[in-house]
Structures are given as structure tokens and as C-alpha cells.
Design a protein around this ligand. Structure first.
Ligand code: NJP
Length: 239
């Protein structure tokens, strides 16, 4: 389905991003994967061993120069980008009065500025080609609030606002932008570990990868604005 398509997946060192990258390669996509640590190259090694065409780039999505260099490297290497998956993000859960300004700014730098910089960097190319898909992994807390997560929740509300506005701005160029808003996923999120026993019923990384695949493979005339998904066991307020 994604044969000869090129995708950039941010935050693919582990967790949901790594599963998204692997799933896209099974659909035939070529990839550039981005992560801020050397672990990104280990992810690429695994995919390449399985026959995939993968370029790994160590870059911090909140750093403008590093994002520019990473996207240039990808375009120089493949000559095209059809899909951007803004997945890199961090979880942060603390009462407001215990949250320092540095922590607040760091959450916004990665979760919001990172999505802005990566999206901004790919738009000129997609506009010129008059096609492209941008999928951003946001959160259910980008649509409903929870306690002791003010920095994280407001960062994901900002992501929803940003992508909603961008989607309207670029639809006339044939570019589609939407979000996936998951509840609890069994990953390394917020300094926890993948596979812990209390996460047994949580969403699996492959659930997110399937949602990305569905959005990315939608027929050209259709845009999937938003997918919200939760573990059946998770209680959450309905809007
Ligand atoms: O988290 P984790 P998830 N620049 O910690 C990378 C959302 N979500 O897979 O930088 C570039 O296992 C990091 O790689 P590295 C969440 O908000 C989750 O759960 O090399 N990359 C790693 O690959 C996020 O948007 C839950 O260490 C950076 C990845 O990001 C998305 O799901 C619930 C980076 C994080 O992997 C994937 O998170 C929900 C940077 N500055 C939404 N900083 C959940 N897990 O329950 C980090 O509602 N990375």
C-alpha cells in the first residue's frame, strides 16, 4: 500500500514510534527515523536486518538547526517525503505547584515546538508536490483534562490546536493532517518501562501503528482528522 512512499517517523528509538516505523516498512515504505539518542541507530539496524530501507538520524526535534539538517538529509537521500509521523513526545505528570519553569518549558519544547518545527520543515516540499500526509501522535488528554498533568495536558491541547489549524491551511494543496489521540499505551513513557504487569490491559504499540497505517493509507480523496483509542479497561470521561 505504501510502496515507494517515503516516511519520516520521529521518536522511533523505542515505544510507539519504533512500532510505527516497523509497521510502515511492512507496507513497503522507505523510512527516515529520528530520535535524540544513539538508540535510534539500533532501531534502524533491526529494521534493516529485516530487509527495510531505513535512514537513521540522531536529532532533537525541539532544536531548529537539528530538525532542518535531519529533513535536508532525508530529502537529499530519498528525494521525496510522502508522510511525516510526528510521534516524539514525553510524558510529564506532577502537581502544578511542583512543576518548575524548566520542566514546563521542556515539555512544551519537545511536545509542541518539536511538532511545529518538523511540520514547518516538510510543508514547503509537500506544497510544491501538492500531496502529503502529516500524522501527529497527540493524546486523549489533548481533548479532555486530567489532574496532576497540567503541563502535559496543555501541551497536547496545543498540539490539537496547531494541527487543526495547519490542516485547514494546507488542505487546498492536497495535504492531509490529522491526529491520533491514544489513552494509556504500554511503552517506556514518563520514565516507566514497557511490559510492566499493571500495563497488561493497556493499548499496545502495535495498536497505534495500525491506526497510523489506516490514516496513511486512506484513499486520496479522504482525510482522517482524528482517531481516538483507549484500552477497554480505562475509565475516561466522554465528551
Ligand atoms: O513514549 P516513549 P511513547 N527529539 O517514551 C523520542 C504519546 N502518548 O512511545 O530521543 C527526538 O516510549 C524517544 O527517543 P530518544 C506521547 O505523548 C503516549 O509512549 O532516542 N526524539 C522515543 O523514541 C508521544 O507523543 C501515551 O530517547 C525524542 C520516543 O520519543 C507518543 O505517544 C499516552 C525526543 C518516546 O518514546 C509516543 O510516546 C498518550 C526529542 N527531543 C500519548 N524526546 C502512553 N505511552 O501512555 C523523546 O495519551 N524522543
Amino acid at each position: 500500500m505504501l510502496n515507494n512512499k517515503v516516511a519520516i517517523v520521529t521518536g522511533a528509538s523505542r515505544g510507539a514510534g519504533k512500532a510505527i516505523a516497523a509497521r510502515l516498512t511492512t507496507e513497503g515504505a522507505k523510512l527516515a527515523i529520528i530520535g535524540s539518542t544513539e538508540q535510534i541507530h539500533e532501531s534502524a539496524k533491526e529494521l534493516i536486518e529485516n530487509g527495510a530501507d531505513v535512514l537513521s538520524i540522531q536529532a532533537d526535534v525541539s532544536n531548529e538547526q537539528q530538525v532542518k539538517a535531519a529533513f535536508k538529509q532525508t530529502l537529499d537521500h530519498y528525494g521525496q517525503v510522502d508522510l511525516l509521523v510526528n510521534n516524539a513526545g514525553l510524558g510529564f505528570f506532577k502537581p502544578t505547584e511542583e512543576t518548575t519553569l524548566d520542566e514546563w518549558q521542556h515539555v512544551f519544547a519537545v511536545n509542541v515546538q518539536g511538532v511545529f518545527l518538523c511540520t514547518k520543515e516538510i510543508l514547503p516540499f509537500m506544497k510544491e508536490k501538492k500531496t502529503g500526509t502529516i500524522i501527529t501522535i497527540s493524546s486523549d488528554v489533548g481533548r479532555r483534562t486530567i489532574a496532576n498533568a497540567a503541563a502535559y495536558t496543555s501541551s497536547k491541547y496545543a498540539v490539537q490546536g496547531f494541527i487543526g489549524s495547519v490542516a485547514q491551511e494546507v488542505q487546498k494543496y492536497g495535504i492531509r493532517a490529522g491526529t491520533i489521540n491514544p489513552g494509556a499505551i504500554d511503552t517506556f513513557f514518563a520514565n516507566s518501562r514497557q511490559g510492566e504487569s499493571h500495563k497488561e490491559d493497556w493499548l499496545k504499540v502495535n495498536d497505534i501503528a495500525e491506526a497510523v497505517c489506516y490514516m496513511a493509507s486512506a484513499p486520496k480523496h479522504m482525510v482522517v482528522d482524528e482517531i481516538m483509542l483507549h484500552p477497554l479497561s480505562q475509565e475516561y470521561p466522554r465528551i
